[in-house]
Design a protein around this ligand. Sequence first.
Ligand SMILES: [Zn+2]
Length: 148
Amino acid sequence: MKNELIKQLAFFVITTTVLSLLFYNLGVNLILSLLLGIILQYGAYNGFVYLIDAFVSFKGTRLQNEKLKLLAQQGAEVTCPCALQKKEFVPIRLNQPNYYKCSTCSKTVGLFTAIETALVTEPIANTDISSVEQIILSKLNESTGKYQ
Ligand SMILES: [Zn+2]
């Protein structure tokens, strides 16, 4: 914090000195050169800060728009329960209740997402059935006496 202040003061003094010397060398009065240096630096600094703020704000808006675009992609085509059965693509967010207004009947429709489960199966690595076949054949032999 203290170092930051010293840096800013040093930058201010150096910049003002350089600008004042420039004006002084161009034949302007010494006091007027100092004032012009200070005013010019103040204006340049404010302009710079304004440009940085505008850039950051622009970037923030763009990021927010991209986020909204991503959210809009998370949706589903649903049918309104009204008599007109209008189909619409609506955004769905899992962290909040979802509603949308039907564009045909202008009623508010709630969305409920049902989660289903399914077992994750693994591919069979060994397709050799000779060991199983052997067991089946031995069982058949025991019961019928055939297939020897
Ligand atoms: Zn409707």
